[in-house]
Design a protein around this ligand. Structure first.
Ligand code: UD1
Ligand code: CA
Length: 475
């Protein structure tokens, strides 16, 4: 890890504060997509959120995101992240992009952490080390660099010892410069008043006809201000996403990072490369995740749970000692302690299993509260329902909750026994301890402790089949 002797946040922020600018106006042609590059997802979230969060965690205020392509959508993807957006109507280069953020930073005289929306794997610790170097060296610019065996495509760092003299784009570089393996990651700390003034002097007389942010380095040197560099230890952190191959690669790196963290915290992952856990998920110790499990959104999983292959859990609160069997799908549901779900159960939004429940194969629940210890072990639909404790719901039970216009509720009180193949035509209430005979269609309320039965009486006509066959043969 980096050796930082100045971990104190306040010191890293500097006397005049710390802001961030995140460049995210480009289209990303090589993605071959209708969607702006920074909106493509890594581990279930638009990639631009990653650098934004890293900046926020470093204490940057404000964080200004420069948007251009699909500006509204990019702004939307960052709703709730506490950012300000600035427009860059035409993409005239990175230097021009930063200038577009100047208005949003009027009167700001502190330091600027500059990040790119398409460099999502950057870590907070690395940015803090960069800030620390910047402070210690009292630099005007500190650039984060990387050493790459294959530096093709990147700007090269031209150094004289600790002093960075210039950054030259590959397209503008001479042969000797192209041999340099230290590259510009596109991440920097600038003194804000310096860089905005410097960029006004920067022209676009270069191979790409763009306003290069990197030209600020030479302006600093002309003014005799220090320009320093920090080399990132793990170059994977600064990988830029340009195409779908890199998107998949970055996703795999991110997944590993998250999964390793959960393993360190006491969660067993049978196959970490095939376990998909989004950033907002919480998991208790001694829980086991089998291959092909997807935990998404604001999901929390308790301790001592077992989640079998192919389970997808989105925005759910799952308690302790819960066993979710293969192929189950859970969304916006609460699952109490000691419950068994699946295989192939579907818990839809508004499901609340109080605890010690059993929801078996091919059972679907929606907007249903199911009391302690109640079971629906096979093939059932329970929607818009309130089920008490100790209830047994037989195979094939259906709450008929929808009359084509409105939804109606089924209430089943404690200790009711529902025989197989029952339909509850809602609204209907079943009193405590009642028994519903198998195959019943229940259209009226059932008082407590009573038996309700609505089967048509069985008819038996002896010899009917034999007689029918005989008739057919003589025809
Ligand atoms: C830039 C650097 C290069 C560095 C590389 C690292 C310059 C001149 N070059 O090159 O030294 O090695 O990043 O990835 O800065 N953007 C805008 N508006 C623009 C142009 C770019 O918002 O007008 C954004 C892009 O969306 C992207 C970032 O800035 O997020 C970098 O732009 P890109 O075109 O990829 O820069 P490079 O040419 O790769
Ligand atoms: Ca790039």
């Amino acid at each position: 890890m980096y050796t930082t002797d100045c971990k104190d946040k306040e010191q890293l922020m500097g006397d005049k504060g710390l802001a961030s600018v995140i460049l995210a106006a480009g289209k990303g042609t090589r993605m071959k997509s209708e969607k702006a590059k920074v909106l493509h997802e890594i581990n279930g979230e638009p990639m631009v959120r990653q650098p934004v969060r890293a900046a926020r965690r470093c204490g940057c205020e404000p964080a200004v995101v420069v948007v251009g392509h699909q500006a509204e959508d990019v702004g939307q993807a960052l709703a709730g992240e506490g950012v300000v957006t600035a427009r860059q109507e035409e993409q005239l280069g990175t230097g021009h992009a930063l200038l577009c953020a100047e208005e949003a930073l009027a009167d700001f005289e502190g330091s600027l952490l500059l990040l790119c929306g398409d460099v999502p794997l950057i870590r907070q610790q690395t940015l803090e080390a960069l800030l620390e170097r910047h402070r210690r060296e009292k630099a005007a610019v500190t650039v984060l660099t990387a050493r790459l065996d294959e530096p093709h495509g990147y700007g090269r760092i031209v150094r004289d010892g600790d002093d960075v003299q210039r950054i030259v784009e590959e397209k503008d570089a001479g042969e000797a410069e192209r041999d340099i393996t230290e590259i510009n990651t596109g991440i920097y700390v600038f003194e804000a008043p310096f860089v905005f003034e410097a960029l006004r002097d920067v022209g676009c007389d270069n191979a790409q006809g763009e306003y290069y942010l990197t030209d600020a380095v030479e302006v600093a040197r002309r003014q005799g201000r220090p320009v320093r560099a920090l080399t990132v230890q793990d170059p994977r952190e600064v990988m830029g996403i340009n195409d779908r191959l890199q998107l998949a690669e970055a996703t795999a790196i991110m997944r590993r990072r998250i999964n390793e963290e959960w393993m360190r915290r006491g969660v067993t992952l049978i196959d970490p490369d095939a376990t998909y856990i989004e950033a907002g998920v919480q998991i208790g110790a001694d829980t086991v995740l089998e291959p092909g499990v997807h935990l998404r959104g604001a999901t929390s999983i308790g301790r001592h749970c077992r989640i079998e292959p192919g389970v997808v859990v989105t925005d759910c609160a799952v308690g302790d000692r819960v066993h979710i069997k293969s192929g189950s799908v859970l969304s916006e549901a609460r699952v109490g302690d000691g419950t068994d779900v699946g295989p192939m159960a579907h818990l839809r939004p508004g499901t609340e299993l109080i605890g010690e429940n059993k929801i078996g194969n091919f059972v679907e629940t929606k907007k249903a509260t199911i009391g302690r210890g109640s079971k629906a072990s096979h093939l059932a639909y329970i929607g818009d329902a309130e089920v008490g404790a100790g209830v047994n719901i037989g195979c094939g039970t259906i709450t008929c909750n929808y009359d084509g216009v409105n939804k109606h509720r089924t209430v089943i009180e404690d200790d009711v026994f529902v025989g197989s193949d029952t339909q509850f035509v809602a609204p209907v209430r079943i009193g405590k301890g009642a028994l519903i005979g198998a195959g019943s269609t229940i259209t009226k309320d059932v008082p407590p402790q009573s038996l309700a039965l609505s089967r048509a009486e069985q008819k038996v006509i002896e010899g009917w089949v034999a007689r029918k066959r005989k008739k057919q043969k003589t025809k």
